[in-house]
Design a protein around this ligand. Sequence first.
Ligand code: GDP
Ligand code: MG
Length: 304
Amino acid sequence: MAVVGLTNAGRSSLLRAVTNSQVEVASWPFATRKPTPGMLPYKDIQFQLVEAPPIVEGSSEGRSDGFQVLSLARNADGIIIVVDLTDDPGGDLLAVVGELEASRILTVEPEGEIKITRRGHGSDIQFIWDGTLVDCTPEDVIALFREYKIRSALVRIRGRVTLDVVEDAMFGNAVYRPTLVVANKLDLAVEGAVESVIAAAGRLEVLAVSAEEPEGLREILGSKLFEMLGIIRVYTKQPGKEAAVEPIVARRGLKVGDLAKTIHSDFYKRFKYAKIWGPSAKFESERVGLSHILADGDVVQLHA
Ligand SMILES: Nc1nc2c(ncn2[C@@H]2O[C@H](COP(=O)(O)OP(=O)(O)O)[C@@H](O)[C@H]2O)c(=O)[nH]1
Ligand SMILES: [Mg+2]
């Protein structure tokens, strides 16, 4: 997880409160210059939190190590945005989200998808409609294509597609990162501060905390991240032995086949069946195939 925010929001304090890291907390601005990692233990797994240097206006154009900060966010599994409730937290949140978006790091999953298949010949744009265009017309899309010298293409529209989605599809550099907003310094917050963050956050979830009062914070933050990232833990088991203590950590939707591939390509090729125990099993020691979808807490025995 990349922990980002404006300077003094409390990124270092949050890491100190919930991880093993001894990062420097300072009341002067720009104390954190280098990305600093820490591990947050939750259940039997660990989340790596990395404090990014502060975001400033213009980070997305490279100001104040902006490219480094934003590539950290781009390469993380998810993002935590820390805002200071004693500042203008709603405005600060919009500023941070604005810098992320300007570098095509999306904090909200786009509702639509466009697939552009370019053709070497002809000069027409053909649409296939499995959805709608939002805030733009087919002519706008064709005009945009023309700017990028796309004259002949087959275009499939799925869901709700904005002009931003069209542009992202052409460049292929937009990424979506699940994002949690941590509204910090709750102990000093004035009335209405949390509400202003919630209003600015739109569809993002807001967790109001005080990093100076870390009681129970690990557990709360851990459970939010677990949920947000859609994590499941699966335990492998060899015949006649106890299940592994260390889980394999994966995303919701993991199939037995994916698991077999993760463990060894040979396992996948020579796969016969799997036996499962736990939440996704209809009964203990159920036999399942490659397409069975696993759940958090499952124990799996692969047979090849
Ligand atoms: N009262 C209060 N002060 C905080 C809290 N979190 C951080 N601070 C203070 O805010 C200042 C900046 O914190 P720091 O963690 O260094 O911010 P960073 O620049 O985002 O890493 C420091 O003086 C902290 O002691 C909090 O929850 N409550
Ligand atoms: Mg810091």
